[in-house]
Design a protein around this ligand. Structure first.
Ligand SMILES: Nc1ncnc2c1ncn2[C@@H]1O[C@H](COP(=O)(O)OP(=O)(O)OP(=O)(O)O)[C@@H](O)[C@H]1O
Ligand SMILES: O=C(O)C1=C[C@@H](O)[C@@H](O)[C@H](O)C1
Ligand SMILES: [Mg+2]
Length: 206
């Protein structure tokens, strides 16, 4: 077993899933740094592909349009060499997106309790699903719906407050254990990963 996480070679992209505020972006950046790989935030990639903010995408295309675009962007990112990817909280809930992540990546659920999520999301209001609403009520409902699905991730790590670097190290070790136990190597080849925008879609360009 390598002494240091910088010696770990990850065979697949590590995809962080979990609710808003779980720490996917914050921990993902540190995890990528400690593994010496690229970090991408799927939400930021979606905004750059669409040339709009997530809130604007919701307004223009609705949540369903957002989810389809999100799936295509994630499919494209999963064609890149192994890296660390933070996903938006709803990405893993979409069956097609989840199946693709399961086949091409190593999924890690950053599990967090309600108090922690409420505390962490109270600082900023850029999240369309929370804007102007009671965060505890919304997040509590989302937890009920989403936790059973997030539990399908390959690896589960409890998110807690504390130095993000230590949390990232914990994730790296849990992933390393999973890779050793499962014996997985590179990403599974998927003939049609659904990353192409259908020609029939007249509304979206990405
Ligand atoms: N281990 C930690 N200790 C303390 N604060 C943390 C920790 N991890 C994340 N945070 C803080 O919690 C807030 C939410 O974290 P972050 O933005 O990474 O969550 P997220 O899962 O990416 O959320 P979203 O799905 O909305 O993008 C940020 O302000 C971040 O700095
Ligand atoms: O939890 C969710 O469904 C979302 C989380 C955000 O990261 C964004 O991806 C979007 O606001 C949807
Ligand atoms: Mg984030």
């Amino acid at each position: 077993m390598p002494e240091s996480t910088s010696e770990i070679k990850v065979p697949r992209t590590i995809v962080l899933v979990g609710l808003m505020g779980a720490g996917k972006t914050c921990i993902g950046k540190r995890l990528a740094a400690c593994l010496g790989t690229e970090f991408v935030d799927a939400d930021a990639e979606i905004e750059s592909a669409a040339g709009m903010s997530i809130s604007e995408i919701f307004e223009v295309h609705g949540e369903s349009g957002f989810r389809q675009g999100e799936r295509r962007v994630i499919a494209r990112l999963l064609r890149r060499p192994p890296h660390v990817m933070a996903t938006g909280g709803g990405a893993f809930m979409n069956e097609k997106t989840r199946e693709l992540i399961k086949r091409r990546a190593i999924s890690v659920w950053l599990r967090a309790d309600l108090d922690l999520l409420v505390r962490r999301t109270s600082r900023r209001s850029h999240r369309p699903l929370l804007r102007g609403r009671d965060h505890r009520e919304v997040l509590g409902k989302l937890m009920e719906e989403r936790h059973p699905v997030y539990a399908k991730a390959d690896v589960v790590v409890d998110s807690a407050d504390g130095p993000p670097e230590a949390m990232a190290e914990q994730v790296a070790r849990a992933v390393m254990d999973y890779v050793r136990r499962s014996g997985i190597d590179g990403p599974e080849e998927v003939a049609d990963d659904g990353c192409i925008l259908p020609e029939s879609d007249k509304e979206m360009t990405w």
